[in-house]
Design a protein around this ligand. Sequence first.
Ligand SMILES: [Zn+2]
Length: 287
Amino acid sequence: MKKKFIIVGLLFAVFGFTKINAQINLGDKAIGALQKGVSGFTFSNADAAKLSKEAVDKLDTENQVASATDPYTLRLNRVFGKHATGEGYTLNFKVYKLKEVNAFATADGSVRVYSGLMDIMDDNELLAVIGHEIGHVANNDSRDAVRAAYQKEALLDGVASQSATVATVTDSQLGKIGSALIDSKHSRKQESEADLFSYNFLKKNGYNVNAEESAFRILAKMSEGSEASFIDQMMSSHPDSKKRADDAKARAEKDGLYKAYIQQKIVNTAPVVKKAAATKKTTAKKK
Ligand SMILES: [Zn+2]
């Protein structure tokens, strides 16, 4: 019922638009695209990267990005910096200083990690979550997500037939596409493939693979507690944390690598101890 209403609304928008803007010929093409579920779009990987980058640039201006010297940035550099380039992808990464427990990656290779996530995950768990996001990029899920978001915006504006390239996206559409990328709804299959990617990423790089199970246990536990509101976003796009934790455990058991994971100390402050030691040395030299 609801679906029908939306489709009727869309058609109305298209026809309404045609009447008002007579100079823009929408014609059969747009209606055909609606009927076919917009399969006729040409949208290359380069388009996906370009549009994603524009959307992320906009998000970066709207959210508090941790500075280069911020302790959160220093930690992310230390933990993740060496993994920014992999097979078929180059990533740029930043921290958003937001309490929400979230992280996302987009088709241009942008990874954004929320400080709220860094507050509850140790280094290995953080790598498990980021590894999952890299999986979405490497598996082209992120490309599919931006294409879907673009198609939706193009359709809502009734400009489907003209939007063969991404050049026509307005600032307001870009904002909506950005929001859609943060909340990307990947399929269950894509999610479990990204989880597998993360597991292999940890294993290949010599990390404790059990951190993946642990990360999902944390999310599952949080979703039941008073902090549930902070993980709404991540949970809505990544459901079934408990099952995914079980799957990660099963993978580790199969590899003979399973051992209950013990969370390490989480340090989101600048390494003060080192600085103090350096100062002492300088003082000693002066003497
Ligand atoms: Zn995911």
